[in-house]
Write a protein that binds this ligand. Structure first.
Ligand code: G6P
Length: 364
């Protein structure tokens, strides 16, 4: 069936807005009231390493998930982009699990990486949106993300749905390995179940972001900063923005600021800080102060506590609802997407079909 824009100006706007429903669908499947619903043969108890392989936005979903698998299951996790992984021919063992994340299921490098792993690891797992795709067909275990057709070249709802499936996998890994107790698992499951409502609330920042976008559209360079599991989200925020607005953007781990990007800061450089009020918040506040001392335009994206603790001297703030620490990246994906979207709209670029990019890269 032909997918329509349904009243939205762009598919990307529609797909951003669909995220509460998409996550509710995925939750119904993977996290029903009866508990975690994943195939029994997806067993983490006897493996000693997980490798997560993907390209583009899907790679950043893997980068977030690394934090979850390590925290919940205390298992070593390696992440790589498929184009590096496949030619590096890394040593693998029959005790490792290889996970491939791909919206289309047709990305050439990811498919090649899957084929490389097929006979070399305990099991291959594919997290895909298209269940009939090549990657879906060739993997041992296929986990659909239930995002529905994604038309916008810049991936949005597929990203948050990938994150959700990876989060549920990480919870199962924690349980299988006895590293996360039942009460903690139940609390994490509750947080994930609350996501559709939280994402709905988060969508309300579309309006304030559309006002900031006029000024962001004037920038030459934009920096995104994050710590912990918010670091990959900073990378994703920068990727989205450069893909569709053509403004140079870079994501950095907040702690790396003084190892390079601080040299770029002056009064024309917006610095977008994605920082829920978590255990690392105070560290991020010092990084923000370093930026503000050099007259950088800090845009702080945080929760009530974070904003009241640190808004002095910022150029702007964006307020998100509270969410339990490990899963903040799923919620903060929304402002990352909306910043890119509104900035591109302000610049007048082709949001759904940005120049030089393809929805699915099926050739090298
Ligand atoms: C292209 C798209 C991105 C996507 C990446 C990986 O670069 O423009 O939005 O994240 O491919 O695609 P996949 O289908 O494997 O997730």
């Amino acid at each position: 069936a032909q997918v329509e824009k349904g009243g939205y100006k762009h598919f990307m706007a529609k797909e951003i807005a669909e995220q509460p429903v998409v996550l509710a669908d995925a939750l119904r499947h993977y996290l029903p009231e009866t508990g975690l619903n994943l195939p029994d043969d997806l067993d983490f108890s006897n493996i000693d390493r997980i490798v997560l392989i993907a390209c583009g936005t899907a790679h950043y979903a893997c980068a977030v998930a690394k934090y979850w698998f390590e925290e919940f299951a205390r298992i070593p996790v390696e992440i790589d982009v498929a184009s590096e992984f496949r030619y590096r021919e890394p040593p693998l063992s029959k005790r490792s699990l290889a996970v491939f994340v791909s919206q289309s299921g047709e990305t050439a490098d990811t498919l090649a990486a899957l084929r490389y792993c097929s006979e070399r690891v305990a099991k291959t797992v594919a997290v895909v949106n298209v269940p009939t795709s090549s990657i879906a067909r060739e993997t041992d275990i296929m986990l659909p993300i239930f995002a529905g057709v994604e038309v916008g070249v810049a991936s949005t709802k597929a990203f948050t749905a990938q994150l959700l499936v990876l989060a549920v996998m990480a919870l199962k890994a924690g349980r299988d390995r006895g590293e996360t107790d039942a009460a903690t698992l139940a609390a994490h499951a509750e947080t994930l179940r609350a996501l559709p409502g939280l994402l709905n609330q988060a969508l309300a920042i579309s309006e304030p972001i559309s006002h900031l976008a006029e000024q962001l559209a004037e920038a030459q360079d934009i920096l995104f900063l994050g710590r912990g599991a918010m670091y990959p989200l900073a990378l994703e925020g920068a990727l989205k923005l450069k893909e569709i607005s053509y403004i140079h953007a870079e994501g950095y781990a907040s702690g790396e600021l003084k190892h390079g990007p601080i040299a770029l800061i002056d009064r024309t450089v917006p610095v977008i800080v994605m920082a829920p009020h978590d255990k690392l918040f105070d560290k991020t506040v010092s990084n923000m102060q370093e930026v503000m001392a050099r007259h950088g335009m800090v845009l702080l994206i945080s929760d009530s506590k974070g904003i009241s603790a640190a808004q002095d001297g910022t150029w702007g703030t964006l307020h998100l609802p509270d969410i339990a620490e490990p899963f903040a990246p799923i919620l903060y994906a929304v402002p990352a997407q909306l910043l890119a979207y509104h900035t591109a709209v302000a610049k007048g670029t082709d949001v759904d079909q940005p120049r030089n990019l393809a929805k699915s890269v099926t050739v090298e």
